[in-house]
Design a protein around this ligand. Sequence first.
Ligand SMILES: Nc1ncnc2c1ncn2[C@@H]1O[C@H](COP(=O)(O)OP(=O)(O)OP(=O)(O)O)[C@@H](O)[C@H]1O
Ligand SMILES: [Mg+2]
Length: 335
Amino acid sequence: MRQSAEQNGQWRASFNFANIIGRSHAINNAIRIAKVAARSSAATLILGESGVGKELFAHAIHNCSKRSDKPFVSINCGAIPRELIEAELFGYMPNAFTGASNRGAIGKFSIADGGTLFLDEVADLSPEAQVKLLRAISTGEIVRVGGVRPEKTDVRIICATNKNIQTEVENSYFREDLYYRLNVFEIRVPPLRERLEDIEEIIKYFINTGAKKILHQNMDEISVTDEFINGLKSYSWPGNVRQLQAVLEREIYHMSSPPYILSHLPDSILNAPPAAAQTIAHATEIKPLKQIEFEMIKAALSRFNWNIEKTIAALQISRATLYRKINEYKLNKRK
Ligand SMILES: Nc1ncnc2c1ncn2[C@@H]1O[C@H](COP(=O)(O)OP(=O)(O)OP(=O)(O)O)[C@@H](O)[C@H]1O
Ligand SMILES: [Mg+2]
């Protein structure tokens, strides 16, 4: 089974660093770390919002590593039922559980032996699976579900998540010891709105591929107005490169006959609130208002060295309110 899967290309990584479009400082920084990571077999954690290209990075790291001619095995930890994830990762013995095959099966660790195992949505792993993964990484050995005999594996681990993994650790949803095992290299892939200077190049790239795929034309047949490009630049792209790709492909599908000109922004982009407002909405950590009030009052008192007149002027509240809040939050000069 392993042979045929490899032969039909199932365990191959398809992208290289050259496929990662963009030259901004932000994306170059991520690529630079990823290239260093590719030189070793150390565990690598790829972080970033949905659609930024985390999977692309995982492929590129594998393809640029010494393991490139060995399997690249991908598993989406969020898409596999909790009770099956261990069998999926480590394999199982014959009839190990209800519904298991009577021949047993090898797991993704064994399939990836010598190569790379990409654990996508790693933050979605159950606490039990996290323990088993930690053990497998620490010992280099796996035990099949229902089995007792440890088997040696040589697997390079790359993980990705779009969750804030540090918050997951702080809230005890993700094991801290596992986090430190996984992030020998930590790569943060920047959202598109932090690298707006790359948009033009990405637009051209997707128009080129879209023109070939959808219109069976060369890119030269499609012209793009500056208004169109600038309009796309002023949007905040919550769905990142994937969303930009989808928007462009939809536009190309709607062009039925020449001349092919992209000039009108799609309604979904036109009607969106201005980028700045969306950027704040996406970038800012949402906190309880009470906590923000507390932090602001504390910061103002500290900035004005507890000068009450200056503090109430800056916060635009009454003296009585300030004293009430100082009591409520038990603030004092030493805190
Ligand atoms: N820098 C880039 N250059 C070219 N294509 C890109 C780039 N970044 C992302 N893409 C494309 O955007 C799409 C989404 O990328 P990918 O699947 O790697 O995102 P992701 O970060 O893994 O998202 P998710 O968290 O939703 O799984 C893919 O089609 C990918 O090829
Ligand atoms: Mg992904």
